[in-house]
Write a protein that binds this ligand. Sequence first.
Ligand code: SAH
Length: 668
Amino acid sequence: MLKPIKRVDFASQRREMVEHQIAARGVRSDLVLTAMRAVPREEFLPAHLREFAYEDTPLPIAGEQTISQPYIVALMAEALLLKGGERVLDVGTGSGYAAAVLAEIAAEVYSVERIGQLAEKAASTLAALGYANVFVLHGDGTKGWPEHAPYDAIAVAAGGPKIPQSLQSQLKIGGRLVIPIGSEVRTQELVRITRISQTEFRREDLADVRFVPLLGKEGWEAEAEPWQPKLRVLRPAAETLPRAIAAAAEPFASIETADLDPLLTRIGDARVVLIGEASHGTSEFYRMRDKISRALIETKGFDFVAIEGDWPDAARIDHYVRHREYRPSEWTAFSRFPTWMWRNNEVRAFVDWLRGHNAARKPQTRVAFHGLDLYSLYDSIHFVLQYLDEVDPPSAKVARERYGCLTPWQTDPATYGYAALTGKYPICESDVVHALGDLLKKRQAYAAHDGERFLDAVQNARLITNAERYYRTMYYGSRASWNLRDDHMFKTLTTLLAHHGERSKGIVWAHNSHVGDATATEMSARGEHNLGEFCRKEFGQDCYAIGFGTDHGTVAAASEWGGPLEIKNVRSSLEGSVERLCHDSETPCFMVALRNRDAAHIQGLLKPRLERAIGVIYRPDSELASHYFEALLPDQFDEYIWFDASRAVSPLKTHELKGLPDTYPFGI
Ligand code: SAH
């Protein structure tokens, strides 16, 4: 016969315990009594001891340590004089029970445990119970946890010979430290130290107690130390993270109604705002980026938008949005693969708005639209020559000869790179560098003619020099060409900031993989750098990077480079990814700030996790290998914007463009 399972009613035992062992002994604080009623002590015990969870006694846990007697935990918690909302340091995590009680009252609890096995176990118990506001560190607690100091209150659950200086110094003025102190290892006086001023402390003796010894630098000397405490933070486990993310998130119902004020406050006076996208074909990313950009332009006076698109294409848009007076080139912006990336209704709406916005402004204060990318080698050659034909025909002739070196490879510049590599064909580097040099030498004469158009020509000539190298380095592997490209983008951005004036401000639209700091991702291990990393180095807090993410939906993408546009289904995010955590937060759309290192969701996210990047190509069948990489989200971005479900951008259709004036940049 099977033994009947003994059911234990822990909840009622807990209520009785609070009444008979705690309230009856004089603990009065409602906050403490409520906390003691809430924390399931049985969960912090090994299975065979659970039935004794509410006995009036300490109990053994691993490592020859003990979980404190419930009354002692309550007594200490009361002695800390907590009112709610504080930051508390707990030395001697042990089972994690006392930390949980404190976490019921305080805003954040930082708990330090010397024995790794206990720290590990406590962190996972706390996480499983949903305590996202407790952080466990494996280390010597006599030295406190200075990174999060000062504390409103510090509780020490092990007895030392004297009061650790480090702990005193980590108290706020007015803060309380409760610690057992005794000249003998096993008996102590529970004392409360209150910090009165920078240098003064008040001591009160509270009770006679018996705690396990506090071993460490500023405690009792540990005999033979079988191991070294490793300074390692055990963060809340993944399952509590979605909750922490949901708690920190600023949800919004739709892009139209989203309140941007908190985000704009966080952006503050940043000079550069980098706005990412997790694919090159998701409508939500484009529309939210549009909304943020309009707000930045209208409320913070941003001077230009610079996109991950080629200079000459963006220049055509710029001509339109800034109402330039000279004739536009007969040029359809973004007519090469991948056309949908910029030729879509989402971008068109912004471009039309920007033109309207600029109409009422003086020409020199109109907001500009630029391109940072370098794929337009031959178009750029065409524009440099066209410019020189107009302003300086003899120089045009020289330039035409120089650029002639590249002419044979017009249909596919990548073949130039290969041909140059074989050594059988000339390398055009010196020709294109000289062409740029010639142009720069005439800066004064040309710029006097029209500064904006000179910038246009110089940027095209710079693009040619970098693109020439780009196509050659492509064959040495992706790292060199990636770095060259992002370097070009960054230099173009700084040129633009200089061009638009000393205090000018710029918005960048580019893929997450360009705007998020590469040092926070596996790109950095491959030796790759990016625009976001350069911006962070150059502008520090004056640069604000926003990343985007989505779980599922549709996306506009091709199956291979140069292939046709398809509307593809985006698969739900993978286990272990940032996206899965956001999905599990059960908040369909939100913004979340990532700069505050102390927030619970940040602590949880500061661990490398998979992150998805869809580019112009999407291969759902090999998603993990093709589209996921590892990243530390809070180090990568300052803000993350989430759309659980998303849909593809809508590419411009020919019939929608019929009958538009030839000044229209998206003409057919
Ligand atoms: N608050 C715990 C009580 C644990 S007993 C609970 O309710 O379960 C005290 C703990 O302090 C032990 O786990 C012991 O390993 C730890 N300890 C002793 N010296 C320490 C030190 N210098 N730093 C951190 N933890 C220490």
